[in-house]
Design a protein around this ligand. Structure first.
Ligand code: GLC
Length: 661
């Protein structure tokens, strides 16, 4: 199958012929057409999916579209892919149907990389598997690898063909072979699926420009700027500096095109169910090649409504429910991860709230944890973090969990709302956002960070931040100073942050290079296709020679970070209390230097304890919700005691305490 149209509207149903039934009474609800019998296993799964899909389909597409006909086409499409599904993947389907919470395991740990910058090509990837295994990785997210438009492709997020790969990385068969080898080594493959837009050069967009009405309806086009202007009144700018506005005039068509991101990324019209069917076809095509996790890119933007920000609309969750549950009908081994970089209030819904509970994406990025961790580190004050994480986030989800991370390929947007700041005396949200941008671009007096501003917004005055984990956490400045104490602090900060995301519920992700403290890489500025996008600052190439050199000197920062991270991930894998089904409870210890999170496992509760400052802290043992000691440190090992009722926590220390004995 390719990403051509999914099965045509041909009706493949046979009506239920009831013996002796008289002529149908037109006042009765129309009987559901009964499809031709499929394989019994598929039938069972399709019936399970139907219960979850019908409601959202009706809400989104009736009465403008015939929902029964849509369901019929969806079933045919899924069945065709199910039949084509390779045997080994069908075996994995069975395994995960029996254990649908497999991804909640404490053994899950992710790594994120660009294929070319990490390994070279898909064919070279297997050579790097031993390295990933030593780190304890069980999940590999390959940054965009489907066929991008030529030239600037927003780092591969402007896709020309979803069923072909970027030839510089290899063929789709090579990707499939790499997926198989990864799977054989216990590593699940995750790739990006860009749902909100295609490249302007995608076949669908070309057909739209050639006046094909079927494909014109795939996009959001406007004959004049009346509606775009009205929408624009409430739309925020995503790239205010490099691509201001959300609409682009397309002279070849004489129409405005909705382009939320760059002018060459055409927003799809998800109000058209043909788009939904086309993407189900793509998902299944790639799933049958061995993709186990789809990172659903920019999902917050999928549905648009006049007078809103066109983000996080309730319809998005209905759409996600359909995509997730339909995939489950034909490929239960596959799960979906929502990339919704939105404020705390909107974020939770992506893991299932209300009627979507347990039915939408199994994974979502914990953007708030990331932002708050950096905020606490700069301010040496965890009050906002404790407030936001303790207040807005449930302790757990039904059959879903976070991916936790410290950095990704994107900038950090300082998503701190007025409402959140109001919870902390004397804190102003705009002032705190400005402080964080200044702190992390290094201009704030005494800052340890070395990053850069990204997309300053002339309207709001907000700035976002680029930089690698190590550079933002102080290693770059410390190495320049040559001062041991500063280097030690930077290494301690990096390890504390890794220990935080590994003890918090979810799958911790390591962004390529962070495991050895790679610094900012300004070389992108000399590449004309990359120079305009400052995010390349923190997408360095893996330097295997430097890595070997660094790792061969046990005292080097690279070796200390790598060894520390290996210990952290191994400690996590050995601690069932950290599995995704165990709640994550934020504990307020009443000390702004400290952040604490409890994993209240019935047998072995574990308390993550973090000192976000360069000063030693004394923690009154009586405040800890796991007894007054002694404790076993599940992270670094050994017994921890509280002589005179106080536990000593060194600068930037991380502990995972469990009652001893
Ligand atoms: C996501 C990606 C980002 C990209 C955007 C548009 O947010 O992470 O890199 O620019 O989507 O596709």
């Amino acid at each position: 199958m390719s990403d051509r149209d999914p099965s045509p509207p041909a009706q493949k149903f046979v009506r239920a012929a009831r013996e002796g039934a008289g002529p149908a009474d037109p006042s009765l609800p129309r009987p559901r057409p009964r499809p031709r019998a499929a394989h019994p296993l598929f039938e069972l799964r399709w019936r399970r999916a139907l219960r979850e899909i019908e409601g959202p389909l009706h809400r989104l597409y009736a009465p403008a579209h015939d929902v029964d006909a849509l369901l019929g086409r969806m079933r045919d499409l899924l069945y065709a892919h199910w039949r084509a599904r390779p045997q080994d993947l069908r075996a994995l389907d069975l395994e995960r149907d029996v254990d649908p919470e497999w991804f909640l395991s404490e053994r899950m740990a992710g790594y994120v990389c660009y294929v070319d910058r990490f390994a070279g090509t898909f064919r070279d990837l297997p050579d790097r598997i031993p390295y990933l295994r030593t780190l304890g990785i069980t999940y590999l997210h390959l940054m965009p690898c489907l066929l991008p438009r030529p030239g600037d492709s927003d780092g591969g997020y402007a896709v020309m063909d979803y069923t072909e790969t970027d030839p510089r990385l290899g063929s789709i068969d090579d990707l499939e072979a790499a997926a198989r080898t990864l799977r054989a080594n216990g590593i699940s493959l995750c790739i990006d699926l860009v749902l909100n837009h295609t490249a302007r050069e995608h076949r669908w967009a070309e057909a739209a420009r050639a006046d094909d009405p079927h494909y014109r309806a795939f996009y959001r086009l406007f004959e004049d700027d009346t509606l775009p202007r009205r929408y624009a009144e409430t739309l925020p700018d995503i790239f205010p500096a490099q691509a201001p506005g959300s609409f682009t005039w397309e002279p070849t068509m004489g129409r405005w095109v909705w382009t939320t991101f760059n002018t060459f990324q055409w927003d799809l019209n998800w109000e058209n169910p043909e788009v939904l069917l086309a993407f189900l076809d793509i998902i299944m095509t790639l799933a049958n090649r061995g993709v186990e996790v789809f990172r659903l890119d920019a999902v917050a933007f999928l549905w648009k409504r006049l007078g809103t920000t066109c983000q996080n609309l309730p319809e998005v969750h209905d759409l996600l429910q359909i995509l997730v549950q339909a995939t489950r009908a034909a490929a239960p081994a596959v799960i979906h991860k929502a990339e919704a970089i939105v404020g705390p209030r909107d974020l939770v819904a992506y893991l299932g709230q209300g009627r979507h509970e347990g039915r939408v994406c199994q994974l979502a990025y914990h953007n708030s944890l990331m932002v708050q961790a950096w905020s606490s580190l700069a301010a040496r004050d965890t009050r906002l973090m404790t407030h936001v994480l303790g207040r807005h986030f449930p302790e757990g989800f039904r059959r879903a969990t976070w991916v936790t991370y410290l950095r990704c390929h994107d900038d950090i947007g300082w998503a701190i709302t007025d409402e959140d700041a109001a919870g902390i005396p004397d804190l102003s949200a705009p002032a705190h956002r400005a402080f964080l941008a200044d702190f992390y671009n290094g201009s704030f007096p005494g800052s340890f960070a070395r990053g850069e501003d990204f997309q300053p917004d002339p309207v709001t005055g907000d700035r976002r931040t680029n930089g690698t984990l190590a550079s933002l956490a102080g290693l770059e400045v410390a190495l320049e100073s040559g001062e041991t104490g500063r280097i030690d602090d930077a290494v301690a900060r990096i390890l504390m942050l890794h220990a935080l995301i590994a003890v918090h519920g979810g799958i911790p992700l390591v962004f390529m290079g962070d495991e050895i403290g790679l610094l900012n890489d300004p070389s992108f500025r000399s590449d004309p296709h990359l120079a305009a996008d400052g995010r390349w600052l923190h997408r360095p190439r893996m330097d295997w020679v430097a890595l070997e050199e660094g790792l061969s000197q046990p005292d080097s920062p690279a070796a200390r970070i790598a060894a520390g991270l290996r210990t952290i991930l191994a400690a996590r894998a050995a601690c069932p209390s950290l599995a995704g089904h165990v709640p994550t409870r934020v504990v307020d210890l009443g000390d702004r230097a400290l952040f604490s999170v409890l994993r209240p496992h019935e047998a072995v509760p574990v308390l993550g304890l973090f000192n976000f400052t360069e000063h030693p802290a004394l923690v009154p043992a009586g405040r800890l919700p796991i007894g007054t000691g002694p404790w076993h440190d599940r992270l670094w090992g050994g017994t921890v005691e509280a002589p005179e009722g106080r536990l000593d926590l060194p600068p930037y220390a991380a502990r995972w305490l469990a009652p001893a004995g």
